[in-house]
Ligand binder design. Structure first.
Ligand SMILES: NC(=O)c1ccc[n+]([C@@H]2O[C@H](COP(=O)([O-])OP(=O)(O)OC[C@H]3O[C@@H](n4cnc5c(N)ncnc54)[C@H](OP(=O)(O)O)[C@@H]3O)[C@@H](O)[C@H]2O)c1
Length: 250
């Protein structure tokens, strides 16, 4: 990866305070990119190495609130005058079965997992058109491709991101030369997943079902995201890159 490509560029990452988003924020900042990232809660002390502080700009912003998104993107534009990269990462992967879901709950899943990416991309379009990077990455998931249960609401919302990615790639590619791609992880052993969900049996099942016999960490997603942002992927747009150790094969 051409790390120098990211130096002095500007990125927005939604939900960069933990998990995969935190790893992407760290990798971009290490490469010299100025990274504006958001979450609903403050970033815990010690989350990022102190030497990266000069490249990190965290803001409290609930991405399900379009007005808060507009304030966030406006501040980035006031400081940076352009945006090179947008990573739509923040999501909610709650496990809910159909009969346990009401209409409000479905709206909440759509708001964070689908609508927010549309809102952020629309707001960032002007800045991305002015930037040199001209790349958007949406974080997807293999859950809906595998039809995993009980992810009915999450899958319904996340699968919509594929259609958005494709249509947006066509529209923004023609208009500004902006590329829009998706990176879809399998099950990643983040601190939160390990604490809340992953059992020893799950680990064994993953190792059985994957082609590669190791458990995936955040770092396995970071480089594919940076690849899709970098000029190494300059002719790739509207694509969905599955990163799951070879469990799902399309
Ligand atoms: N981990 C996996 O196994 C896995 C598998 C497939 C796909 N993915 C996808 O990868 C991405 C990252 O997942 P992850 O597991 O790393 O997530 P995570 O650990 O749950 O982190 C989510 C991040 O988003 C922020 N966030 C959540 N809701 C937000 C909101 N409404 N507004 C602003 N920020 C918000 C969180 O901070 P606050 O809580 O402070 O807001 C946090 O920084 C997601 O798109 C997910 O669907 C993950």
């Amino acid at each position: 990866m051409d790390q120098a490509y990211f130096a002095e560029k500007t990125a927005i990452v939604t939900g960069g305070s933990s998990g995969i988003g935190k790893a992407v924020v760290t990798a971009l900042a290490e490469a010299g990119c100025r990274v504006w990232f958001c979450s609903r809660n403050p970033v815990e002390a010690g989350t990022f190495p102190p030497e990266l502080a000069a490249n990190l700009y965290h803001r409290i912003c609930d991405i399900t609130d379009p007005d808060a998104c507009a304030v966030f993107v406006r501040e980035v534009m006031e400081h940076e005058k352009k945006i090179d990269f947008l990573v739509n990462n923040a999501a909610y992967d709650g496990r809910v079965e159909l009969q346990d879901a009401d209409s409000d709950m479905f709206d909440r899943f759509v708001a964070v997992n689908l609508k927010a990416a549309v809102t952020m991309t629309r707001l960032a379009e002007e800045g991305l058109a002015k930037g040199q990077g001209k790349a958007v990455v949406n974080l997807g998931t293999t859950n809906w491709m595998l039809g995993l249960q009980p992810f009915t609401l999450y899958s319904a919302a996340k699968s919509g991101l594929v259609g958005f990615t494709r249509a947006c790639a066509r529209e923004l590619g023609k208009k500004h030369g902006i590329r829009v791609n998706m990176v879809s992880p399998g099950w990643i052993m983040t601190e939160k997943q390990l604490k809340l969900y992953v059992t020893e049996q799950d680990k064994q099942d993953l190792l059985r079902d994957q082609s590669l016999e190791f458990l995936l960490q955040e770092e396995h997603i970071t480089q594919p995201v940076l690849f899709m942002l970098s000029r190494a992927s300059s002719a790739i747009t509207g694509q969905n890159l599955v990163v799951d150790g070879g469990k799902l094969m399309q």
